[in-house]
Design a protein around this ligand. Structure first.
Ligand SMILES: [Zn+2]
Length: 416
């Protein structure tokens, strides 16, 4: 936190110097790496790196290096006992052999099973092998991307064009879906942005981290969410005023599914032909698409009736229930009495009952009365107490400053 403020407040020249210094460090690291990979001598050691190829086994690689069968067995035993490593993965694992000098026996074996973990097996004076696991801390950089919906665009297309990685984009969608109806709230000209982490090891990007903030200029107003860790260590997403942004129920259980029929107190039923209320929302999806529970709760009904076909009903709390109809089949293990988590698959899309084609019919029932899933105000999972809220507002300011800074310099990153 402190560091972020320092970085954010220094002037442009100082920032440029910091950036230059970072680049120089990376060049230096890259040079060292290149030297090691080709197999060369550093100041006091000789290293060679083998990238595990398909068909390679640990014992084959060790035998190739001149180890005896007994030594191979001992090293394998130590690796299994102390690092839980029994096999190597082709194309991803690297194994490094270290000698004191070019023709000396191997004194250390380094296995890198993940960018965040390194296993070192060393031989002591008595010829015994020992194993040590070193956890590598990622160098986490906070990146900002902003996009705009163009004519005929989907949120996914616009996000991809803005350079937001697929996984991050899917998470952004999940978060925004608590507050927005993507079917109706998205129009050309709307802007959105995401502040997220990228994890680097040795100057190379390895993966994406967490989403720290999202923003979407929706029709109903600007939706903003910030990730925040409370004093009790629990993290969640909150709106700009510190209200819990993660709701106990989702408006659209299936991501990116098109609404084919809205909630209405009178509509002409497509099968029955006469007018009657449509007490839920229909989402088009192909048969077999998993249906996630809209919120955590307990299954209170699972069965078949002529209208709903195969359906599941979940009670979430004293007020809320949700119902999912026309399923082709139920998920394994989901029966009356099962406790389910938000997002857990409870069944699969189908067209059973009174239905003209595969879709999910979704209902939210509040205090025994059907409500419109797209407009009902949903309860937040957690709100902040006074002390957490004060901290949140300070932290939000740090993120907002970061966003302002990065929106002017999209090629830069910040570290918190
Ligand atoms: Zn329906």
């Amino acid at each position: 936190m402190k560091k972020a403020k320092d970085i954010l407040n220094i002037n442009n020249i100082a920032r440029a110097i910091v950036a230059l210094a970072i680049v120089l460090v990376f060049i230096a690291v890259a040079l060292v790496l290149t030297r090691n990979v080709v197999g060369g001598s550093s100041d006091d050691e000789y290293r060679s790196i083998v990238v595990v190829a398909s068909g390679d086994t640990l014992s084959k690689l060790l035998t190739d290096q001149g180890f005896s069968n007994a030594q191979v067995l001992e090293i394998a035993k130590v690796l299994k006992a102390d690092a839980d490593i029994t096999s190597l993965r082709a194309e991803s694992d690297k194994i490094e052999f270290v000698r004191a000098e070019e023709n000396a026996p191997i004194s250390k074996i380094v296995i890198v099973p993940s960018p965040w973990r390194q296993i070192e097996v060393t031989c002591n004076e008595n010829g015994q092998w020992q194993c040590e696991t070193i956890d590598i801390k990622p160098d986490t950089r906070v990146t900002y991307r902003q996009g705009e919906i163009l004519d005929g665009d989907s949120f996914y297309l616009a996000g991809a064009r803005a350079g937001i990685p697929d996984g991050i984009l899917a998470e952004v969608y999940d978060l925004l879906a608590f507050e927005m109806d993507f079917e109706r709230d998205v129009r050309a000209g709307q802007k959105f942005s995401v502040l997220y982490e990228e994890n680097f090891a040795n100057g190379k990007k390895v993966d994406n981290g967490r989403i720290l903030a999202v923003q979407f200029e929706a029709l109903r107003g600007n939706v903003k969410m910030y990730r925040f860790k409370k004093a009790d260590g629990k993290t969640g997403y909150y709106d700009e005023n510190g209200n819990g942004a993660i709701k106990s129920l989702k408006r659209t259980p299936i991501n990116n599914a098109r609404v084919t029929s809205s909630f209405s107190n009178s509509r002409k039923h497509p099968v029955l032909g006469y007018t009657r209320a449509h007490k839920g929302v229909d989402f088009r999806a192909s048969t077999g698409t998993p249906i996630p529970a809209a919120g955590a709760g307990r299954v209170v009904a699972r069965g078949y009736n002529n209208g709903h076909g195969n359906y599941v009903k979940i009670r979430h709390n004293a007020s809320y229930e949700t119902l999912y109809a026309h399923m082709s089949r139920f998920a394994k293990g989901v029966v009356v009495g099962t406790n389910v988590k938000q997002g857990q698959t409870i069944g699969y899309v189908g067209s059973t009952g009174l239905s003209t084609g595969p879709h999910l019919h979704y209902e939210i029932i509040k205090d025994g009365k059907h409500v419109n899933p797209m407009t009902v105000k949903l309860p937040a999972i957690s709100n902040l107490d006074k002390k957490d809220k004060e901290q949140f507002l300070k932290y939000r300011q740090v993120l907002d400053d970061g966003i302002e800074h990065l929106s002017k310099h999209p090629e830069w990153f910040i570290q918190l």
